[in-house]
Design a protein around this ligand. Structure first.
Ligand code: ADP
Ligand code: MG
Length: 863
């Protein structure tokens, strides 16, 4: 191999330490990438791939991005889950001997970005670490480096719970030990689409002692240290804004498994993965980005403490009735800057004078906020208001020091107010006096020469000069002026005294710009001391913002304050918070729910598309809204505080992780059955549908019985297996309800109304008709149905020449005894039946394709 240049040697040495990152290698005005980095980056960033050292035997692939526009390219890569190591020249190239020294100054990773243009305003950007212990427990530590938030949770219920937890509080990057078992690492990658990073060395840094004074568990300390070590490794800069680690006691919050969080579309929808159409979308009337982030956190962790829930509700209720005050409040909040992220940028030394002005402007609104809250007599308000004290010193300092409309740059002066610093004032006086003197000189020279158009100007090359037009040159005295520059129409001159003043002015200007920069840094560092205070304020302001948001949506959508009275859940005219918004026209049909001492399980029947799933989801969403302290969509509600919610809903096929629908269904059921308590809510929506009829029905019945006898959780169970309604007789805490539909001229009309008792028929065929399946097929399905209903199956078999069994029910078992022709007609039966069974309304196009593919395969295989 050809010998490398010294610079390439340097590159390779540094790159060796950053194998899993793109190395942005600073060369003059560019960041360059080489070898595989270059090939990959050229593809990802759509930039040109070139070659370096074409005279070498093996030219090196290379590509680069300009230093000035690097942020966009970095953002692009980081958004895709990659890491970028920024390698700078760390000595002046002019004084360097040999190759300029270079070092990685920052490793930018998806979980550790702080640049505001790489962050989403309304979302936290979490990184997490996992530590595992011999006793089978796990500890998760979270950090959002942009806000300084730190939290830690201990998980004693095993690995599954770790996945559920990380799904619940989404993270961009997870830091693990390379000793985490392979299978778990694989699971992590498969289930959560996150960047995985490794940090094996854990050294406790005494500098951060104060962040974990409250941690008395070795395991928590270990997880936290792992995370801090990794963050230090990536940042290499001041992290003064990191907040004391907050221990999340998971059993103080309603527990939602990952399936529920996804199925209920709490913060994003299943299909589009966006906020629009989620519960968060409906509830978010926050004014500040901090508030929006806080709301998301609250939705992810509903409360269990009645006291805490009630104190939120108390504030919401008061805000709801105080329309004027709420309006004023929203106005005030609008002018409050993102204090949380600002605190982070102050710590990083990333703020400019404009940011500090915005900080000041935000802080001065706080007393208004305080006195507004004081007007409410409720104790919750008084408590909040009391805490809303502002660091007066910062306001005074900023008021005295920084001008109201400073420039963006902090290196070009015009930031600091007059009178703030004596030395600066002297420099400025010198400049101003000098300029004044020059202005006066212009007057004097005009009079002396009698040239009205004579003027004094300034440019960077020649400094101050006297300009005289060619036409007036003859009026100029010969000796006093020294010619400096000739233009087409004019000549420019200088004089010794002009130059003398000039140097005073320029020197003073230069000194004052430098001094201003120094003063600005000093001010910024003074403000650093107040970071914890600013962070506390941010926390309070964001809470207030969320509570006013609850009041605002509750008013707009006519939500009612729920009561938490005990063991009875009773909702009058409940609505689905999202569906009713999407329908817009007020045509949503409200429904009641009752679950009391005598009723644990509601078995819901009704045709497809009648509203079963909607009814079930609406209960879960109502429960969650209540437990985060928001009013709920209904006329009246008594709610139970649920400890856990489990759901298995609809056709949410887990296409992403490649598991079959039925397997996912069973996993979700297992998760519910093994973790639910008698204080939990379970929603099982058409469970058992992914397998053959008898199979599915048998499983469904066994599950209902199991919940009834062993779990005791409040349960909503929808089914298209009509036969299950008979369970009402054997299970005393099970009640049948159904969604009413009416048949009108052979078509089904959905009323979306829940009524007691079992549905009288299943309407599946009606829906098939709605979906425009061929008339002959529909007719055939009707005949089959009739026969089945009379339990006399001989006719169906006869028609196809079949002699024996109902093998289209039981997929593969009895077929071996059939002859070929029997097999074929038997198969035809099955295909027709399978087609009739399809409910198109509950399928995604992909499902439909899969189903067709499956059927076609059967036909081709002949079995
Ligand atoms: P099912 O689960 O019974 O098949 P869904 O709950 O999926 O039915 O509801 C089907 C459609 O019916 C929904 O998309 C919604 O538009 C409408 N719907 C459901 N419930 C109601 C209701 N209470 N009022 C008005 N429309 C409803
Ligand atoms: Mg449904």
């Amino acid at each position: 191999m050809a010998k490398n240049t010294p610079m390439m040697e340097q590159y390779l040495k540094i790159k060796a330490d950053y194998q899993d990152a793109f190395l942005f290698f600073r060369l003059g005005d560019f960041y360059e990438m080489f070898f595989d980095d270059a090939i990959k980056a050229a593809r990802e960033l759509e930039i040109t791939l070139t070659k370096r050292d074409a005279n070498q035997k093996e030219p090196v692939p290379m590509c680069g991005v300009p230093y000035h526009s690097a942020t966009n390219y970095i953002k692009n890569l980081v958004d895709k889950g990659y890491k970028v190591a920024i390698c700078e020249q760390v000595e002046d190239p002019k004084v360097a001997k040999g190759v300029v020294k270079r070092e990685v100054v920052q490793l930018i990773t998806p979980g550790t970005v702080i640049e505001s243009n790489m962050l989403t305003e309304q979302e936290n950007n979490y990184i997490a670490s996992i530590s595992h212990f011999d006793d089978g427990t796990f500890a998760i530590a979270y950090n959002d480096i942009s806000t300084g938030e730190n939290s830690i949770a201990l998980i004693e219920q095993g690995w599954d719970r770790v996945i559920h937890e990380l799904f619940n509080q989404p993270t961009k990057e997870v830091v693990i030990s390379s000793s985490l078992p392979e299978s778990l690492q694989h699971d992590l990658k498969a289930k959560l689409q996150v960047t995985i990073s490794y940090q094996d060395e854990i050294t406790f840094n005494a500098e951060y002692r104060h962040l974990c004074d409250n941690l008395d568990d070795e395991r928590l300390m270990k997880a936290f240290s792992r995370l801090l070590n990794y963050i230090q490794y990536t940042q290499r800069r001041s992290l003064d804004h990191l907040q004391t680690a907050n221990v999340i006691e998971l059993n103080e919050y309603l527990s939602l498994d990952m399936y529920s969080k996804r199925n209920l579309e709490l913060t994003e929808t299943i299909l589009k993965k966006g906020k629009h159409g989620s519960l968060l979308w409906v509830l978010d009337q926050t004014v500040t980005a901090m508030g929006s982030r806080k709301l998301k956190k609250w939705i992810e962790r509903p409360l269990l403490s009645k006291y805490q829930i009630e104190s939120r509700l108390e504030i919401v209720e008061a805000f709801l009735h105080a329309f004027m005050e709420r309006d004023t409040l929203r106005e005030i909040l609008k002018s409050v800057y993102d204090l949380e992220r600002l605190a982070g940028r102050i710590a990083f030394g990333n703020v400019n004078a404009r940011d500090l002005i915005q900080l000041k402007q935000s802080l001065v609104r706080i007393p208004e906020l305080q006195s507004l809250l004081m007007q409410f007599p409720e104790t919750s308000f008084q408590q909040l208001a009391k805490e809303l004290t502002i660091p007066e010193d910062i306001v005074t300092l900023l008021e005295a020091s920084i001008i109201d409309e400073p420039p963006i740059s902090i290196k070009e002066g015009s930031i600091i107010k007059d009178g703030y610093h004596e030395k600066l004032d002297t420099y400025r006086d010198a400049t101003r006096n000098g300029k004044q003197w020059i202005a006066e000189l212009e007057q004097k020279e005009r009079q002396a020469t009698n040239i009205k158009s004579l003027k004094i100007g300034y440019n960077r090359v020649f400094g101050y000069y006297i300009e005289v037009t060619k036409a007036n040159l003859h009026l100029l005295p010969e000796d006093r002026y020294e010619r400096k520059q000739t233009l087409t129409n004019a000549e420019r001159y200088i004089t010794p005294e002009l130059k003398e003043k000039e140097s005073i002015i320029l020197e003073a200007e230069e000194k004052s710009v430098a001094l201003e920069y120094e003063l600005f840094i000093e001010i910024r560092d003074q403000i650093k001391e107040y970071i914890p205070t600013i962070q506390h304020l941010a926390d309070l302001v964001s809470k207030i913002d969320v509570l006013q948001s609850f009041a605002t949506v509750s008013e707009q959508n006519h939500y009612k304050r729920p009561r938490f009275t005990g063991n009875t859940l009773q909702i009058k005219n409940g609505r689905h918070p999202v569906v009713e918004q999407v329908m817009q026209d007020g045509s949503f049909v409200p429904n009641d729910v009752t679950l009391d001492r005598n009723t644990n399980i509601l078995l819901i029947t009704g045709p497809n598309m009648s509203g079963k799933s909607t009814y079930m989801r609406q209960l879960a969403l109502t429960a969650i809204m209540g437990q985060i302290g928001c009013f709920v969509p209904c006329d009246e509600a008594d709610l139970i505080i649920f400890d856990k919610i489990f759901t298995r809903i609809g056709a949410a096929d887990d296409l992403v992780s490649g598991q079959s629908t039925f397997m996912v269904e069973m996993l979700e059921a297992k998760n519910a059955l093994s973790n639910a308590t008698d204080k939990s809510l379970i929603l099982l929506d058409e469970i058992g549908r992914g397998t053959s009829t008898y199979d599915g029905m048998a499983l469904a019945q066994a599950i209902v019985e199991y919940i009834h006898h062993h779990v005791g959780a409040k349960t909503l169970f929808s089914t298209h297996y009509h036969e299950l309604t008979a369970l009402e007789e054997s299970l005393n805490k099970l009640k049948n309800i159904h969604v009413r539909a009416e048949e009108y001229e052979g078509n089904v009309v959905f009323l979306h109304q829940i009524e007691e008792g079992a549905a009288d028929q299943s309407y599946g065929i009606h829906v098939a008709k709605l979906a425009d399946l061929p008339e002959s097929l529909i007719e055939r399905a009707r005949t089959i149905l009739k026969e089945l209903e009379t339990k006399d199956t001989s006719n169906i078999v006869e028609e196809s020449g079949e002699t024996s069994q109902l093998s289209f029910f039981i997929e593969d078992e009895k077929e071996t005894i059939s002859t070929n022709s029997q097999q074929e007609s038997n198969l035809n039966q099955k295909i027709v039946q399978a087609l009739a069974d399809i409910d198109l309304f509950d399928m995604t196009p992909l499902d439909a394709m899969n189903e067709l593919h499956r059927l076609q395969k059967k036909i081709k295989r002949g079995s």
